[in-house]
Design a protein around this ligand. Structure first.
Ligand code: 2IT
Length: 443
């Protein structure tokens, strides 16, 4: 079978799942050559198996609003691959959530988790719940209703969810409380927990910190540093927050944030108490970034994306396909030097092509944002040990793993003097999963 035929077959089996097919195509294109050269992989149909989730759970969630209105949402958990550990990956609560999106995320998570070197398989879940305009008690009741079904499918040695878009420390608390009540067990079944009840230091910061540790290595390879660099980011949630803190620490300046309503431009940089304000915006359940412009008197561009500003480094931190081919061309035209996806699959295939053809260092989300799940893995270890590591210990381990992921990308993606981080991340992640699947036979 040719690569084209293989992809055609996956398309035919998964109609109306564009995000999932996009994620699969990217990986298959990266690994096909190696796959072809290993009869053992082909005989065991490793690729056919790796694109098929081990289990998909879909369920109804019924709950009531404060005014008594009955609400029906759909819940999911995609248990994608357990070759190297229990299913592990976040829960996304966002109105756009559907099976295609959660399958793409679960698929990507499998490769990302493999890159971390920690023993975690891949999974993802969530719901089409929209937190915008909901009260805190409505959010709590929704989380409880969600867990009242999910609890029977997960466990500390089976499947360990965490946060993603729309699921932060607050939601993890409500979900954990309900799990504990239903099972009468206090175990590490979720990560991203509060510090008083089994959480890990640095977990809230981990995705952003890890991304900048990774980007620092990308820059170092070109004899550059963050000092004095202008950075454009999107989003205003947890990931944007951690990213901004670390860019500031390294002497860079973050000038943009975005939301579903548009983007803000802060020429002085998002620093000091302005960084804390991101947490307030998230907690407000308003889902808009204009509040920042109103509070600090900076320009707000309604309905626009931040990729039109002049910057040295662009870091999409919001959601899949938030940066397209036209955005990429504009960034390149305006002199961008590095692009790292902090969101999962933040760039469209057309955008990636633009960056790679311009020979610009571009790194994919599954490598760049692996710091989040890395510290989740460290939280699982601490829960098993019934012990907590210090801030310095966790940060040191995170840094070491991000540097190691960067090395793996260079090892598997280097082509003369250009590093294809997409190929490097996909191939390095794939080999470990494929070999583990081979070892475990036909399951
Ligand atoms: O996309 C991701 O890696 C996450 N949302 C975090 C997953 C986790 O289990 O910490």
């Amino acid at each position: 079978m040719s690569m084209k035929e293989f992809i055609y077959q996956v398309e035919a089996r998964n109609p109306n799942q564009p995000e999932f097919l996009q994620a699969v195509k990217e990986v298959v294109e990266s690994v096909w050559q190696v796959y072809e050269s290993k009869p053992r992989y082909k005989e065991a149909k490793i690729l056919e198996r790796i694109v098929e989730p081990e289990r998909v759970i879909m369920f109804r969630i019924t709950w009531a609003r404060d005014n008594g209105e009955v609400m029906v949402n759909r819940g999911y958990r995609v248990e994608f691959n357990s070759a190297i550990g229990p299913y592990k990956g976040g829960l996304r609560f966002h109105p756009s959530v559907n099976l295609s999106i959660l399958k793409f995320l679960g698929f990507e998570q499998t490769f990302k988790n493999s890159l971390t070197t920690l023993p975690m398989g891949g999974g993802k879940g969530g719901s089409d719940f929209n937190a915008k305009g909901k009260s805190d008690s409505e959010i709590m009741r929704f989380c409880q209703a969600f867990m009242s079904e999910l609890f029977r499918h997960i466990g500390p040695n089976t499947d360990v969810p965490a946060g993603d878009i729309g699921v932060g420390g607050r939601e993890i608390g409500f979900l954990f409380g309900m799990y504990k009540k239903l099972k009468n067990e206090f175990v590490g079944v979720l990560t991203g927990k509060g510090l008083n009840w089994g959480g890990s230091l640095i977990r809230p910061e981990a995705t952003g910190f890890g991304a900048i540790y990774f980007a620092k290595e990308m820059l170092a390879l070109k004899n550059e540093t963050f000092e004095g660099k202008t950075v454009a980011i999107s989003g205003f949630g947890n990931v944007s927050w951690g990213t901004t803190i670390k860019v500031n620490e390294l002497g860079g300046k973050v000038v943009t944030l975005s939301g579903p309503d548009g983007y803000i431009y802060d020429k002085d940089g998002i620093k000091d108490d302005k960084v804390d304000y991101l947490l307030e915006m998230r907690a407000s359940n308003r889902d808009m970034v204009k509040d920042y412009a109103d509070k600090y008197g900076v320009p707000f561009y309604e309905g626009k994306k931040p990729w039109e500003v002049k910057c040295d480094i662009a870091l999409p931190c919001a959601i899949q396909n938030e940066l397209n081919g036209d955005d990429a061309a504009l960034l390149v035209k305006n002199g961008v030097k590095f692009v790292a996806e902090v969101s999962n699959m933040g760039c469209t295939p057309e955008a990636i092509k633009v960056f790679q053809e311009a020979k610009l260092p571009f790194a994919p989300g599954k490598a760049v944002n692996a710091g989040g799940v890395t510290v989740s893995g460290l939280e699982m270890s601490q829960n098993s040990l019934r012990f907590n590591w210090s801030r310095e210990e966790v940060d040191e381990k995170l840094k070491k793993i991000m540097i190691d992921i960067h090395e793996q990308c260079v090892k598997y993606g280097k082509d003369n003097d250009y590093v294809d981080y997409v190929k490097g991340a996909n191939l390095a992640g794939f080999l470990k999963i494929a070999n583990s699947m081979l070892d475990q036979g036909l399951v």
